[in-house]
Design a protein around this ligand. Structure first.
Ligand SMILES: Cc1cc2nc3c(=O)[nH]c(=O)nc-3n(C[C@H](O)[C@H](O)[C@H](O)COP(=O)(O)OP(=O)(O)OC[C@H]3O[C@@H](n4cnc5c(N)ncnc54)[C@H](O)[C@@H]3O)c2cc1C
Length: 406
């Protein structure tokens, strides 16, 4: 499989095709030892709580609350939040390792809690001290959780969720088509498009009565707050228990103090490219879970074919993890063909998750079809990781990876 990586790199348009100098590959980055406690706690929660209930969590109607309570009890729902608000402020590499561990035990819990981390970071960066101080300590402790919805901003064509400046704030109209965790989460960070095509990110609760201190000033004229309605949870083949809804907004008023930031398409595109490896921890975790099933089958069935496959996938998962670490190193962004290499690694991780789950099913045989068996869950989870945070460039790289070699 190492050869496969080398072949793939050879095919990617590299430095010489654009006339830039050849560069050496950046070194891998290792986590500070002080962060080990975070990962040990994550492992403990996974082994004791998430893992034993993973099939149940997958088949539930909504996110399994006990999983979130267990993560919160170790402060892990504040992993991305600055220490001044009670968070763990873990380095990016530790957050990746944490996510991989969780994803190797329970995909739906991993995904739902990941939405909370992104939203919490944005609120912690808000200019409003009142908003930060009211919300972020509770988000860090997991006493409340926040959803996030901005993927729709990537879509071409007329905006699906529009924003207009109004007296004292902003009004939103349209649909946020993907909002995960709704119900477990009672607040959301929404991205919407302004008339000039730029983007605005705002915080909104489902019910402003939950946060009276944040609505004491700056109401709309004539007390016209507009409407926010959430759909029922979308029926899904994978992540069905993620409580993913569509939120419909009609002239929904957001006070100026709840505007988090403004940005534009070019910045989003740049961030998507620079962060293309951010979404690899979940598929690698999924592949690790498939590998565990293979290793278990190898030990119980004692077939040389399964032993061989387990060894091959162990090597490949480890190699993929190393490549992600190497290319997530901040120095790597300076490499001229960084993006071409990184998006190829992202596509590899997507395909590896699917292929490892498929191998696990093959080795387990018929009982892998049981809803009580994790192998069928993993193949469905890998389907979700294929489209999560998908950009046109990730789609292209994934399809190229999946096409038959000619
Ligand atoms: C179960 C589930 C839960 C989710 N939860 C959340 C959530 O909580 N928050 C959130 O923000 N997102 C969420 N998402 C969205 C997810 O991260 C992906 O963005 C989404 O799955 C991509 O699918 P889409 O149909 O929205 O694709 P699109 O975004 O419509 O398309 C994918 C990419 O291809 C590009 N593209 C598509 N067609 C064209 C074209 N004709 N020309 C040029 N470019 C094109 C788009 O610009 C985009 O970059 C969720 C998705 C799922 C399936």
């Amino acid at each position: 499989m190492a050869d496969r990586v080398r072949d793939e790199r050879g095919m990617i348009p590299g430095a010489d095709t654009i006339g830039a100098p050849q560069v050496t590959e950046p070194k891998a980055y290792s986590a500070p030892t002080a962060s080990n406690a975070i990962l040990e706690n994550a492992r403990k929660v996974c082994v004791e709580v998430l893992g034993p209930h993973a099939q149940e969590a997958d088949r539930a109607a909504r996110p399994r609350v006990e999983n979130f309570e267990a993560l919160a009890s170790y402060g892990l729902l504040g992993i991305a939040i600055p220490k001044e608000f009670g968070g763990l402020d873990a380095p990016a590499v530790v957050q990746r390792q944490y996510t991989e561990i969780l994803a190797s035990y329970c995909g739906v819990t991993t995904f739902v809690q990941a939405q909370h981390h992104g939203a919490s970071r944005m609120i912690a960066g808000s200019k409003s001290a009142l908003l930060r101080n009211t919300l972020v300590p509770n988000l860090a402790a997991g006493r409340s959780l926040c959803a996030i919805s901005f993927a729709h901003l990537r879509r071409p064509g007329p905006p699906i969720l529009r924003a207009m400046f109004a007296d004292g704030g902003v009004r939103l109209s349209g649909t946020a088509p993907w909002v995960t965790g709704w119900g477990l989460m009672n607040q959301v960070v929404l991205g919407a498009t302004l008339p000039d095509g730029s983007f605005i990110y705002v915080w909104s609760p489902a019910n402003r009565n939950d946060y009276p201190e944040l609505f004491e000033q700056g109401g709309p004229t004539r007390d016209d707050w507009g409407y926010l309605t959430a759909s029922d949870p979308l029926p899904l083949c994978t992540m069905n228990a993620s409580a993913t809804v569509a939120i419909h907004l009609d002239n929904w008023f957001i006070p100026q103090g709840h505007v988090l930031s403004q940005s534009d398409r070019a910045t989003m595109h740049r961030n998507d490219r620079n962060g293309v490896l951010n979404a690899t921890a979940m598929p690698i975790g999924c592949a690790s879970a498939g590998l565990r099933i293979l290793e278990h089958a190898a030990a119980s069935k004692k077939l040389s074919s399964i032993t061989r496959a387990a060894k091959s996938f162990a090597d490949e998962v480890s190699e993929a993890r190393n490549q992600v670490e190497r290319w997530s190193n901040p120095e790597s962004a300076a490499v001229p063909d960084f993006f071409e290499r990184a998006v190829g690694i992202r596509a590899w991780c997507i395909e590896l998750a699917l292929r490892t789950a498929h191998a696990a099913i093959t080795a387990v045989s018929g009982s892998a079809n049981s809803l009580d068996h994790p192998a069928q869950r993993l193949i469905r989870e890998s389907m979700f990781y294929t489209v999560q945070a998908q950009t046109i460039e990730v789609m292209d790289a994934t399809l190229a990876r999946l096409e038959r070699d000619v």
